[in-house]
Design a protein around this ligand. Sequence first.
Ligand code: SF4
Length: 339
Amino acid sequence: MAQQHLCETWSRADIQALFDMPFNDLLFKAQSIHRSHFNPNEVQVSTLLSIKTGACPEDCKYCPQSARYDTGLEKEQLMEVQKVLEQAERAKHTGASRFCMGAAWRNPKERDMPKIVAMIQGVRELGLETCMTLGMLSETQAAALAEAGLDYYNHNLDTSPEYYGDIITTRTYKDRLDTLQNVRSAGMKVCSGGIVGMGEEQSDRIGLLQQLANMPVPPESVPINQLVKVEGTPLDHLDDLDPFEFVRCIAVARILMPKSHVRLSAGRETMSDELQALCFFAGANSIFYGEKLLTTANPVAEADLKLFARLGLTPEQRKPAKPLFYDATARESQSSATV
Ligand code: SF4
């Protein structure tokens, strides 16, 4: 799907004005925009598998996979390709259209690339869309993943540029933007969002959404995560974010990025059915589905199916895959559209 505007930019004041709207007005606006771009009763469903767990050298304060925090998480090496494909097959049978594979790395090592490429090719052959999150990517690595047929690459901005240093010190905001640019230049779709409820101010939530919405091409997929407070991480003691503020974030993301899939992501397991329904009304149209969301619990697939049935929602069907070849022309034209 072609993405929205290449010229409209959002100021912080514009975005603040959206956050300040009366709740009902904001939801009405978001839902009106949502239904002019999407079937409002369809939700895209992705499954996420941790293909390499724990022992990450980075210091993201929310993350139980960082080697710096004692969270009791069991470390696991990079999974065997066959095991990943078995999980992908199961995900397909439970209704997922996209299979996301996540590794707790600062960045992938060259020695891991053949296995990674084999995973992408195998999952693709099962007829699923492919997504990976492996940390920072060089231009060469991004090109190799694109050549293997990777559809999406996930790399979150996490929060505003101003608050970022309070959360992560081992990589910069610019490192993240560079990886996203490498992903775009290689011709892959971008999945990028952030986490709310990390003790940030509303102005930081505004700053995060501004960064995402003002990209030359906004991310096709925008996960809005609610902090999952894992004991042993530095953020485990924080107060919960007001659920209505969370819904406002979803609604504002929908308004700023009308053609993107806005994903209700981590944190869903602690949300009531009613809160999730409100998020769908505010424009969320993608979820992770299955028992595990990397290393934290996620509502089991059956509960999701029941909720879908109660709300009259159906899983969005997968769009036909792009041909598996490397299109240098497309790559160049994408590249020129990025900063
Ligand atoms: S969020 Fe990713 S990069 Fe940060 S510590 Fe966790 S696994 Fe590592």
